[in-house]
Design a protein around this ligand. Structure first.
Ligand SMILES: NC(=O)c1ccc[n+]([C@@H]2O[C@H](COP(=O)([O-])OP(=O)(O)OC[C@H]3O[C@@H](n4cnc5c(N)ncnc54)[C@H](O)[C@@H]3O)[C@@H](O)[C@H]2O)c1
Length: 451
């Protein structure tokens, strides 16, 4: 750290981070916050998790987990190292670094809903004190840290601290930074520590403190000049995925018409050692990030009288995919002289991608709803979901059906290609298989329709 910039509180925080004594408060113990809290605990930091969901706090207090890929043994190990959870924001004053990992969804008009970030910052701001580091990790539009977080912190802070800015006074300062989360649920090919962490502070001391904090967890920390750059970096990454998935989804529609196997094409193209990265078509986008984050930017762009046409077009193509799947089911049933109405359809896999217990924005839910609207009797199977209850958009009220009578259905529809399924056996038992993921690759059967 450039010593001329360093105040006594900043140096003291830096020292505490370096000797793993700094107390870490993680706000929002969901898919992002809980694993992060466990990682800090693993590195020997004292960690306190904050969540407004009392059930989560109680579950963690009992040493249990509510996330499939976080085993309870990890919670118990962290607890033995001092990890606790609470809903009491007053304890924020005891923390040295506070990391915010709360949701950033879209509202019913598909506009950014920053109410969770706002209410979190409003709740912690009164308790913040000089020399603390606050990092926002929630994905959001460029400008959130500067335009929303900083003003609330300064307005509501009881100790009248200011947020440290380059060239500004350093005394009585709180340090604020943005650092995007880059988790890829279900992807075990890269260790979490090997995923470089991007950080951008409001001032250079905040950047340096955040860099030091994350260097304890990640092998590489990439510092950028401002929080806005860090915020935009995360959006670029997700927009890149969203647009490329839309491209292959559209290509698939053309290939289906032309009788070309799009998956074979992608695999062949992927042999190119430079300039090409494979993306795969599917039944539609799902998950917390890719269907949502790009719209944070297109919303912000309007403020600059600018239209993000790539994002809008990709959104249009990706959103239409569940309808395409339902049309394909209708056409395949029609070939066997059956209408959708009254047909028994078994949907295999409902999580938004394989091998994870996450239903958020899953296209399977839209597909089930659309099939039901056309009169199909829909059942489902998913090893991660014994029941499909009321969600944010749908109230499906379905219970997981067994896999042992697939021959009783008019059609088996593979929406999510979980690894635990025996696709050869599924094709053997079923009368008709619609495959949205190329899960049946290598199986040559007239019963299989790829869509
Ligand atoms: N899930 C992912 O794979 C992923 C990947 C990259 C980035 N992100 C981003 O990380 C952020 C968090 O996502 P997530 O998937 O962990 O969400 P989540 O819904 O799983 O967890 C959020 C947690 O925050 C809690 N919470 C809400 N308001 C709160 C408040 N005021 N105080 C304390 N706790 C509060 C909720 O109870 C919940 O436990 C989002 O911005 C998301 O876009 C998520």
């Amino acid at each position: 750290m450039t010593t001329s910039l360093v105040t006594v509180p900043a140096q003291s925080l830096l020292d505490r981070i370096q000797c793993r004594k700094s107390k870490i408060g993680i706000i929002g113990l969901g898919y992002v916050g809980l694993p992060l809290a466990l990682l800090f605990a693993e590195e020997g930091f004292p960690v306190l998790g904050f969540d407004i969901d009392e059930k989560k706090v109680q579950t963690l207090d009992k040493g249990e987990s509510y996330i499939y890929r976080v085993p309870k043994t990890e919670i118990q190990l962290a607890r033995s190292r001092g990890f606790k959870a609470t809903g009491d924001y007053a304890l924020v004053s005891e923390m040295d670094a506070i990391v915010i990992c709360v949701p950033t969804p879209l509202d019913e008009h598909r506009q950014p809903d920053l109410s969770y970030v706002r209410s979190t910052v409003e709740s912690i701001a009164p308790y913040l004190r000089s020399g603390q580091l606050v990092v926002l990790e929630s994905t959001t539009y460029p400008g959130t840290t500067d335009e929303l977080v900083v003003p609330i912190v300064e307005h509501l802070n009881r100790a009248e601290c200011r947020v440290a800015r380059n060239g500004g006074p350093q005394a009585n300062s709180i340090f604020v930074a943005f650092s995007p989360e880059r988790e890829d649920p279900g992807n075990d090919s890269v260790a979490r520590r090997d995923v470089p962490k991007v950080v951008g502070g409001v001032d250079s001391v905040a950047t340096e403190l955040a860099r030091e904090l994350y260097a304890a967890l990640f092998h590489r920390v990439v510092t950028v000049s401002t929080p806005v750059v860090a915020e935009m970096t995360k959006l670029l990454e997700n927009i890149y995925r969203c647009v490329n998935i839309a491209l292959v989804n559209e290509l698939k529609l053309l290939c289906l018409r032309m009788g070309i196997d799009v998956w074979e094409v992608i695999d062949a193209a992927a042999t190119k050692p430079f300039g090409f990265q494979p993306f795969y078509p599917g039944p539609g986008l799902g998950g917390r990030c890719i269907p949502i984050d790009p719209f944070y930017l297109s919303w912000k762009a309007q403020q600059w009288d600018f239209q993000m046409r790539f994002i809008e077009l990709a959104g249009e193509i990706n959103t239409a995919m569940p309808r395409h799947v339902v049309e394909a089911v209708g056409a395949a049933l029609n070939n066997g002289n059956k209408p959708i109405k009254g047909s028994r359809v078994m949907v295999l896999g409902v999580s938004y991608k394989k091998d994870i217990d996450d239903l958020r924005e899953s296209p399977a839910l839209t597909i089930i709803e659309l099939l039901r609207a056309q009169g199909a009797a829909v059942s489902y199977h998913d090893p991660f979901f014994p029941v499909l209850d009321k969600g944010r958009k749908y109230n499906l009220q379905l219970w997981c059906s067994p896999l042992d009578n697939l021959g009783d259905y008019d059609c088996v529809l593979i929406v999510t290609d979980h690894s635990s399924y025996d696709y050869g056996e599924i094709v053997r038992q079923a009368r008709l298989v619609l495959d949205t993921r190329n899960a049946t690759r290598g199986i040559n059967s007239p019963k299989v329709v790829r869509c």
